[in-house]
Design a protein around this ligand. Structure first.
Ligand code: ATP
Ligand code: MG
Length: 440
């Protein structure tokens, strides 16, 4: 196996000082699978102060990131590496992070504390692989299997439940049956896990290639971390637009959306309101009138509980309540939408609508998908041509109106009126034209 040159150099430097050192964990898994990996972790027999001494002796910079956990972040030629001393995790409280860790001298103990066999691999070029639990075999077979007794491992740290289904989504692996059973048996322990840790894993899960299958198969686990989803798990939708029930449609819409986290959360949450708004007419057709607003109310609660970063929160909340609005392909109408939502939100809305359609009955959606392409093209051309769609784009501003004698709230109102006329083509966006119109 080939590991990046800098990691190899760093490992050699630690070895030359008389210690063991290996690349370990996710990066070894990713190297074997030829997947890109951003963070290379190194595990070593050297104690943290010994690691620091080696680094100082070799004039390599570092930050004491997690000395308590034995981790030093090494800054090496514009790259950073986490170097962690072999350790076991101390006692666990409430299925959470261990309170204290113990440094050990044998890599076996360090690999045993890791969550899954595919993540319990170590490698360096002198020794080759250290693979005590059949991790390479499981990578070959595309299987996620807990290291040791799965039930015990999930009770120690329930975040591993989310991690298992996250890896199933990202790597498109199956979960080994005994590990799978333990996931479901222990799912409620996820309530003890901090929102931040859940959010990190859930976000990676949502961006995975296998997200549709994982959302369908492991919905009961999702229901523990986002209980707001539970009511839509089993709602049929008898309408010509749909071929899936609400949850399968949701999962499909997530899968069909761009790999952009805000859009993936938007699709995950966009139809929650259907649980509260369903009616069936005399022909047996289901309707979900007003579900978008209800979805938005529950999205707000769910995203806040997950401590979603503002940037993602705001984008999701901008589109969920309007995801069924008709944008149309008319240039003037698109400019009105632009003036109302701004470019970024309008683009998000188009993406949401497309993902939603792609998760509906394909016999019904061809025209609308075509229209969305036209909408997008028109939008691009409005932006490229620099056509005005906000009051800021107008050839006049508030000061011009003050000179004409307008005051207070009038100014904003008139600017909006002028914008309306410019968008609809009644007025040219030209200062003299607008001023002479106003003087009349
Ligand atoms: P990613 O590609 O997302 O970084 P990763 O497997 O590297 O995936 P990290 O969170 O970076 O995941 O953790 C690095 C390694 O630490 C894992 O491969 C695993 O060996 C170990 N690990 C991480 N979290 C846990 C945990 N909760 N329980 C046991 N071992 C863990
Ligand atoms: Mg990692």
């Amino acid at each position: 196996m080939i590991i990046p040159k800098k990691a190899k150099t760093l490992i050699n430097i630690i070895e030359d000082a008389g210690y063991e050192a290996f690349a370990v964990g996710g990066c070894v898994r990713d190297f074997i699978m030829h997947r890109p990996c951003d963070d290379i972790d190194i595990t070593t027999s050297a104690k943290p102060y010994e690691v620091e001494k080696v680094l100082i002796d070799n004039q390599i910079r570092f930050i004491e990131t997690g000395l308590k956990h034995g981790t030093v972040t090494v800054l090496f030629d514009n790259d950073s590496f986490e170097v962690t001393t072999y350790r076991t995790d101390g006692t666990y409280n409430d299925s959470r992070h261990p309170e204290n860790v113990a440094f050990v001298s044998d890599i076996k103990e360090d690999l045993s504390r890791r969550d899954f066999t595919i993540n319990a691999l170590a490698y360096n070029s002198d020794t080759g692989f250290v693979d005590l639990f059949g991790g390479r075999d499981d990578i070959d077979k595309k299987i996620i299997r807990a290291v040791g007794n799965p039930d015990k491992r999930f009770k120690e740290d329930a975040l591993r439940i989310m991690r298992a289904i996250r890896f199933a989504s990202v790597l498109s692996f199956d979960i080994e049956p005994i590990t799978k059973k333990a996931l479901f048996d222990n799912k409620d322990l996820l309530k003890n896990i901090s929102a931040e840790r859940i959010y990190t894993e859930l976000s990676k899960l949502l961006l995975g290639d296998n997200v549709f299958n994982v959302l369908c198969e492991y919905k009961e686990i999702l229901g523990v971390v986002i209980p707001e989803l539970k009511p839509i798990f089993n709602i049929p939708q008898n309408t010509k637009w749909h071929i899936y029930n609400v949850w399968e449609h949701t999962a499909k819409a997530v899968e069909q959306s761009p790999k952009d986290l805000a859009l993936r959360y938007a699709m995950l949450l966009h139809d929650i309101g259907k649980a509260y708004t369903k009616t069936t007419d005399e022909n047996g057709t289901d309707h979900f009138k007003g579900h978008q607003k209800v979805s938005a109310d529950y999205s707000d609660i769910a995203l806040k509980r997950l401590k979603t970063p503002n940037e993602i929160f705001n984008r999701v909340m901008a589109v969920v309540p309007i995801h069924d609005m008709h944008i149309g392909t008319d240039r003037k109408k698109i400019k009105k939408w632009l003036s109302k939502l701004g470019e970024d939100t309008l683009r998000d809305l188009i993406a949401v609508k497309r993902s939603d359609k792609l998760a509906q009955n394909p016999e019904m959606t061809a025209q609308e998908l075509e229209n969305l392409l036209v909408t997008e093209k028109e939008l691009d051309s409005i932006i490229n041509d620099g056509e005005p769609f906000t009051v800021k784009d107008l050839a006049i501003n508030g000061y011009d109106l003050i000179s004409l004698g307008y005051t207070g709230k009038e100014i904003g109102d008139i600017l909006m009126l002028i914008l309306d006329k410019v968008i609809s083509g009644e007025l040219d966006n030209n200062k003299e034209v607008i001023l002479s119109y106003l003087q009349k």
